[in-house]
Design a protein around this ligand. Structure first.
Ligand SMILES: NC(=O)c1ccc[n+]([C@@H]2O[C@H](COP(=O)([O-])OP(=O)(O)OC[C@H]3O[C@@H](n4cnc5c(N)ncnc54)[C@H](O)[C@@H]3O)[C@@H](O)[C@H]2O)c1
Length: 428
């Protein structure tokens, strides 16, 4: 099947490469010329496990190509996926400018019937909005389908290839049939529903997961105060299949390019319809608390931050990605810097970029260098390599002996045996 993907970011690039690997002929379009130039040279614009090899294999087989031209990518495509960004507008609603521009450019370049499948996370009613935009610029026949994407950064290729379900939101039998064929090689439930429910399902899903993380963080803070162990509590909860074990890891809260903006959009959607959304609002408040509590505990333990040398391991919002959008690590680093600490950070893929994050900080090339001379070390991102740190070497590098493990990654006994004062989330 001929497929065009509009927007070649985390979702577009991974979806395009995976669909090509399933045998489709895929063109990925992006308005970012530098990104497309890089991809044409085989350079990945993002870090994602298995992606480089997947892209190279499918480009080599002639099934995957990249362009900035809609006139090259759209004509003849049977399915056109929209995978552009849908960031938050200043008032918390969704900034639709990229979706609108993509829909217009697609419409202007249609040469026959096509299905426009929206993969971007978009407000309820967007399918109808996209229909109107495309209709205003073309006489061609088309259908619009809501096809929300559930992949996670860090495991996106695997998530795309082995999803738990694929949602097809449409009332058109022809479009549903084509979408079923597109995903035929993927063995999972294909849930067909109306477009509005499909659009809402994505927001409800991300907001529910955010609520679940915020809930366990609320429990974690209570554990610290009353002397219980959050891992044990989470095990006790998660063993109940009605609750489930996933998303019960206490830490510095949720971040990334999706949860924060999707939670905001979900709350905004409620407000627009006169619903106060108390559950989701509380999850958001708890998320702010989870980040600042890490710094508060550190501050209390160090007797203030001013003049203190602190090493921070991790910048990305989670392990396995270079994405720093709404990263708890960034907020922790920022609060330490603003509190007057001298901070050095290490992350194998992500960096603090002054133009993006609004502050500057020193980076080092290894965890041990970042720890050098530090009075305290904060583990802020759950990279695998931090689980196997040489604690003796770390201790020798540091001037002090405090570890604030915001991800509960290290082995408590081993850390204490190496002479550390070891603090973690959800344990006194
Ligand atoms: N990142 C994730 O893990 C994830 C998971 C599921 C869903 N989503 C949703 O998917 C959408 C895309 O997210 P992302 O993380 O891939 O974003 P991204 O910022 O990584 O990529 C978006 C891409 O779209 C391009 N673009 C913008 N306007 C365009 C236009 N008019 N024509 C062509 N290209 C254009 C940008 O240059 C950019 O490369 C969002 O709605 C997001 O909420 C993201």
């Amino acid at each position: 099947m001929k497929v065009a993907i509009v927007g070649t970011g985390y979702v577009g690039l991974v979806s395009g490469a995976c669909l090509a690997d399933l045998g489709h002929s895929v063109v990925c379009i992006d308005t970012d010329e530098r990104k497309i130039a890089k991809l044409l040279q085989g350079i990945m614009p993002i870090y994602e496990k298995d992606l480089e090899e997947l892209v190279a294999r499918n480009v080599g087989a002639g099934r995957l190509s990249f362009t900035t031209s809609f006139a090259v990518g759209i004509p003849g495509a049977e399915v056109v996926s929209i995978a552009v960004g849908t960031p938050s507008a200043p008032d918390g609603s969704v900034d639709m400018q990229f979706v609108d521009a993509a829909a217009k450019a697609i419409g202007e370049n249609l040469t026959g019937y096509a299905i426009i499948a929206d993969k971007s996370t978009v407000p309820v009613g967007t399918s109808e909005r996209v229909v109107e935009i495309i209709k205003s610029v073309t006489q061609q026949d088309f259908d619009v389908v809501s096809n929300p994407e559930f992949l996670r950064e860090g495991t996106s290729v695997q998530d795309f290839m082995k999803p738990t379900r694929i949602i097809i939101g449409s009332g058109s039998a022809r479009a549903i049939e084509t979408m079923r064929s597109l995903y035929a090689p993927i063995d999972c439930a294909k849930l067909v529903m109306d477009a509005r429910s499909a659009e809402l399902a994505k927001y409800a899903c991300n907001s529910f997961l955010a609520v679940k993380i915020s809930f366990i963080n609320e429990v974690a803070h209570l554990c610290e105060m009353i002397g219980a162990d959050v891992d044990a509590v989470a095990e006790g909860m998660g063993s109940d299949p009605r609750i489930g074990k996933d998303f019960l890891r206490a830490g510095p809260g949720w971040g990334g390019g999706c949860f924060p903006k999707d939670v905001k959009a979900f709350i905004k959607l409620g407000a627009e319809h006169g619903h106060p959304m108390p559950v989701t609002n509380s999850a958001q408040a708890m998320n702010r608390l989870a980040r600042s509590r890490i710094v508060e505990r550190l501050k209390a333990e160090l007797g203030g931050l001013s003049g203190k040398k602190i090493g921070v391991l991790g910048v990305a919002y989670k392990g396995g990605t270079d994405d720093t959008r709404e990263s708890p690590a960034i907020d922790i680093i920022r609060e330490c810097v603003e509190g007057g600490a001298e901070v050095t950070v290490y992350d194998q893929e992500a960096r603090v970029v002054p133009e993006i994050h609004g502050f500057e900080v020193a980076h080092d090339d290894s965890p041990y260098e970042a720890a050098n001379g530090a009075e305290a070390l904060v583990v802020a991102t759950e990279w695998e390599e931090f689980k196997v740190l040489d604690l003796e070497k770390l201790k020798q590098a540091m001037a002090g002996n405090l570890i604030m493990d915001a991800r509960n990654l290290l082995d408590k006994e081993a850390a204490e045996k190496s002479g550390f004062r070891y603090m973690r989330v959800g344990k006194r």
